[in-house]
Design a protein around this ligand. Structure first.
Ligand SMILES: Cc1ncc(COP(=O)(O)O)c(C=O)c1O
Length: 397
């Protein structure tokens, strides 16, 4: 990049380079969209969209007033609807004013960062973890401090979090259900984290906020319960997206919600700052159409039973060939150890057989790989022999 580009974008690009290269300049980039390919890389749909989503968009695209497509901010109807539905889902009394309507979780995360962080602050993010937090923080002039999850189980490592907190720490990001491992943190672990953050905030004499990144909250297997950190730590902001549960990430709609347990004075300050923060992010409000559609989107979901079957089919078959997975409790990812330990060789061995996975190096964990279960059943069946062959090829006899 030459001097034309701002320092902020140069910093963001450095943090995104692995995923950007993978998306635009890799063997995967050359083949993306080819019907012969079995694509397990990103959380994109490989099948037609949910009919209920299409109907909701068709219905709400028909204007019911002159202002149907006027500028929208955080509109009263979806906020009231969501306050009610979140109150029931998370068993916490949300208020409409505490909800900001954003273009997906991306928009909500950017809003949380803009609302709370100043240049020079530090934010703790999980490793492994989603690959975009770092770039968004860099662009705000904020340092991302990667804190490893507990090796093997990928639980929150409370000692590591405590050790990473310093005088500039302003926020801890918790992502549950977790991309890429599929872990869902139980209440006891979140309560221990809340105690830790309370103690650490007193120690550094500065309130540490928690961003609960929950876009996979409704994608859970085997009836496993979900507890939001917002229920145990008052200074929590929730970000959510409909992009995952509807598997329609190109239609941008989500929200940021302040925990109702947060002291009213802090909530009021944040509420009042929503407009300036969203406006300064480039009118970062969800679009008119998507805000109108919220009530009809709420009860739609991809086929979770189908995802569960796909998880079980792949984990079952691949474990027999020596693959070592963390069995996901939620999300649509499988995170496994690379047979033989070299993620590039593994990626190439599969790519030679038309199967594409995300190499762990994109997630800064090169001994691992990620599979996305949004691949179709047909892709799974076509790909399994390639996984068997790659394991045989790369694992020393
Ligand atoms: C953990 C996590 N957070 C946030 C996002 C952003 O979600 P969206 O694109 O729906 O805004 C993603 C998307 O992959 C994610 O995996």
């Amino acid at each position: 990049m030459n001097a034309v580009v701002s320092d902020r974008v140069v910093a963001a690009a450095a943090s995104l380079s692995a995923v950007q290269d993978f998306y635009f300049n890799s063997r995967y980039a050359e083949r993306r969209g080819d019907p012969a390919l079995c694509d397990f890389t990103f959380g994109n749909p490989q099948e037609f969209p949910l009919p209920g989503l299409v109907q909701a968009l068709q219905k709400h695209s028909v204007p019911l007033s002159e202002s149907w497509y006027a500028y929208k901010t955080n509109e009263a109807e979806p906020r009231a609807f969501l306050a009610d539905s979140l109150t029931r889902e998370l068993d916490l009394g949300f208020e409409p004013d505490d909800i900001a309507m954003t273009p997906g979780a991306f928009g909500a995360i950017a809003l949380a960062f803009r609302l709370l962080l100043s240049a020079g602050d530090e934010v703790l993010i999980p490793l492994p973890g989603w690959f975009c937090y770092g770039s968004m923080l860099s662009a705000e002039g904020v340092a991302a401090v990667q804190v490893p999850l507990t090796p093997g189980t990928f639980d929150l490592d409370l000692a590591a979090i405590d050790a990473a907190i310093g005088p500039r720490t302003r926020m801890v990001v918790v992502n549950s259900p977790h991309n890429p491992t599929g872990r869902i943190y139980p209440r006891a672990q979140l309560e221990a984290l809340a105690e830790l953050l309370e103690r650490a905030s007193a120690r550094i004499n500065r309130r540490i906020f928690l961003l609960s990144d929950e876009p996979y909250r409704r994608i859970r297997f085997d009836g496993i319960a979900f507890v939001s950190p917002a229920a145990v730590y008052p200074w929590t902001l929730i970000d959510y997206s409909y992009g995952k549960v509807l598997l329609a990430p190109g239609q941008r709609i989500g929200y940021l919600a302040l925990s109702p347990l947060m002291p009213l004075a802090d909530r009021k300050a944040l509420r009042e700052a929503f407009f300036a923060a969203q406006c300064s992010l480039g009118w970062s409000f969800a679009s008119a159409l998507m805000q109108h559609a919220v009530p009809d989107l709420e009860n739609l979901a991809i086929d979770i039973a189908g995802l569960t079957r796909r998880r079980d089919r792949m984990v079952g078959a691949m474990s027999r060939w020596g693959y070592d997975f963390v069995r996901p409790e939620g999300t649509f990812y499988l995170f496994g150890r690379v047979p033989g330990g070299d993620d590039e060789r593994f990626f190439n061995a599969l790519a030679d057989r038309d199967v594409f996975v995300m190499p762990g190096s994109v997630l800064q964990t090169p001994q691992y790989f990620r599979l996305c279960l949004t691949a179709s059943d047909d892709m799974v069946e076509r790909a399994l022999p390639a996984f068997e062959a790659a394991a045989a090829q790369l694992t020393p006899a």
